[in-house]
Design a protein around this ligand. Structure first.
Ligand code: RB5
Length: 147
C-alpha cells in the first residue's frame, strides 16, 4: 500500500495544520485531510476519531492530529484500538517514538510549537522506521492492554 498520512485538527490546530499541508504538498507526501476547515470551534475527539478510523481500516498508514496543545488529541486517539499516539514538542521525541514505540499518530500543539519545529517533527515522524528488536515485545504488551 502507498504510504499515506491521515491528518486532522480542531480550531486550535487549524493554522498549524495549513502549514503542515503545504509542507506535505511540497514534499509530495500523500495525505487525506479530515478537517476541520476553519478556526470556528469544534470538538477535537470527533476529529481524532476520523484519523484513527482511517488507520484502523487501512486506508491510511499513519496520522497527524493538531489541536491547541496536542494533548486532547492524543488522549482521544489513544482510546482507539491499534493507535499509538504521541504528543511531541521536540524532534528527539518525534524520532524516538517511531523507533521505540512504533507510534502511528503524531499529535502537535498549534499553540505550543512553532511552524519550523513542527515541520521538522513531521519529517522525522514520516521518515523514521520502527527499530523492532527488543521493542517488538514491548509494543505487543501495549496492544495487549487493549483487551
Ligand atoms: C481548544 O480550545 C483546546 O482545548 C484544544 O485545542 C486542545 O488544546 C485540547 O487539548
Amino acid at each position: 500500500m502507498e504510504f499515506k498520512l491521515a491528518i486532522a485538527c480542531d480550531h486550535g490546530g487549524y493554522e498549524l495544520k495549513k502549514e503542515i499541508l503545504a509542507y506535505l504538498d511540497a514534499q509530495g507526501i500523500a495525505y487525506c485531510d479530515f478537517g476541520c476547515d476553519s478556526t470556528a470551534s469544534v470538538n477535537y475527539p470527533e476529529y481524532a476519531a476520523k484519523v484513527c478510523r482511517a488507520i484502523e481500516d487501512g486506508s491510511c498508514t499513519r496520522g497527524i492530529l493538531v489541536c491547541g496543545t496536542g494533548i486532547g488529541m492524543s488522549i482521544a486517539a489513544n482510546k482507539h484500538r491499534g493507535i499509538r499516539a504521541a504528543c511531541c514538542s521536540d524532534t528527539f521525541s518525534a524520532r524516538m517514538t517511531r523507533m521505540h514505540n512504533d507510534a502511528n499518530v503524531l499529535c502537535l500543539g498549534g499553540r505550543v510549537v512553532g511552524v519550523g519545529l513542527a515541520l521538522d517533527m513531521v519529517k522525522l515522524f514520516v521518515e523514521t522506521e520502527f527499530e523492532g528488536g527488543r521493542h517488538v515485545e514491548r509494543v505487543a504488551m501495549l496492544t495487549a492492554l487493549e483487551s
